[in-house]
Design a protein around this ligand. Structure first.
Ligand code: ADE
Length: 328
């Protein structure tokens, strides 16, 4: 049988219970109150928006919420909803207490948004049947469902859509200890033996992101297997990172290139996003969303009104000396 092993493993690693979801304590606390109140009232929960970097556990949270509310979860994404008919089919197939999860909500097109507004506000679906003079309006009542939308780019969400959520939760990067706890749990599920030193190395290189931490664990497990050892030690962890060209703080070649270009071509900054994107031959949105947040969280980069500046900690990490304004 051919199956997609990675997907199966990822599903195995997804927390099944609320207490298995590590970190994001404030969000969990708030959500638990919302869920308990909803269950007491026996109503559908308010729609919620989950914002934050990829891999921080937005989908995982949505699964857990659905479970707590006793509903099923239907998963789709902004770009997958192309036509009115797509949304209409999904909405009319929902049952009471169901969760509709829309990933990449910033990519929902305007036409679809218009359908979602009354669906969210009044749980009604307004459809226009036919074209021209014979066109008719049709309104369908929808069951009490909850929309959970997720986005990596909250600022791109239209104001009318954003204002229709009863709560917005912004997921943060995880503490090192939380990532270690997540890795320990994953190692146990996958029956992997790993030393504390190796856990620490992988956690530090995980960009404070559970999905990436688990990915590093899976790759170290491959490395150990191929090298005929059944335990991941410091050596296996380090070799895996070396193969993946990931350094001890989780920087990848493109992260280092961003810092080096600002340092060498723009004298450490400030440099505008447009110029930086052109010099890197990279999309502005990708720089802003994928690379910069982690570099900023490390204290390596600063966004100022004049542009991006590389901070002293980055020079130190890259081993570049800056003396009297001169870069050696
Ligand atoms: N996988 C993704 N997010 C997680 C979390 N917060 N805790 C445990 N496993 C996770």
């Amino acid at each position: 049988m051919i199956n997609n092993e990675e997907t199966t493993i990822d599903q195995m690693l997804r927390p099944q219970k609320w207490n298995e979801y590590i970190g994001q304590e404030k969000i969990k606390k708030h959500l638990k109150i919302m869920i308990e109140a909803t269950n007491k009232r026996n109503e559908a929960m308010d729609h919620i928006l989950l914002a934050g970097q990829a891999g921080l556990g937005k989908t995982t949270l949505a699964y857990l919420i659905a479970k707590e509310l006793g509903g099923k979860i239907k998963i789709t994404s902004g770009p997958a909803l192309e036509k009115m008919g797509d949304v209409a089919a999904i909405l009319t197939n929902l049952e009471p207490k169901d969760i509709l999860f829309i990933d990449e909500a910033h990519r929902i097109n305007r036409l679809i948004e218009e359908v979602l507004y009354p669906a969210m506000e009044m749980r009604k679906l307004h459809l226009i049947i036919g074209k021209g003079p014979s066109a008719r309006n049709l309104t369908i009542d929808l069951p009490p469902f909850t929309l959970i939308a997720a986005t990596t780019r909250e600022n791109l969400l239209s104001h009318p859509l954003r204002s229709r959520f009863g709560a917005i939760f912004r997921l943060n990067y995880y503490d090192l200890n939380d990532i270690i706890t997540i890795l320990k749990r994953s190692a146990k599920i996958l029956k992997i033996k790993i030393t504390n030193e190796a856990l620490n190395i992988l956690a530090k290189a995980s960009r404070a992101t559970p999905r990436l931490a688990n990915r590093l664990l899976k790759r170290s497990r491959d490395y150990a297997l191929v090298n005929d050892t059944d335990i991941i030690t410091e050596k296996e962890a380090e070799k895996t990172l070396e193969l993946l060209e990931i350094d001890n703080l989780g920087l990848e070649p493109q992260d280092r290139k961003i810092l080096e270009i600002i340092i060498h071509k723009f004298r450490g900054g400030p440099v505008g996003l447009k110029s930086l994107a052109a010099a890197l031959n990279e999309d502005q949105g990708v720089i802003e969303d994928i690379y910069e947040p982690y570099l900023i969280s490390l204290g390596f980069l600063q966004r100022t009104s004049a542009g991006r500046i590389v901070l002293p900690a980055a020079y130190k990490h890259l081993g570049i000396h800056k003396q009297g304004g001169l870069i050696e």
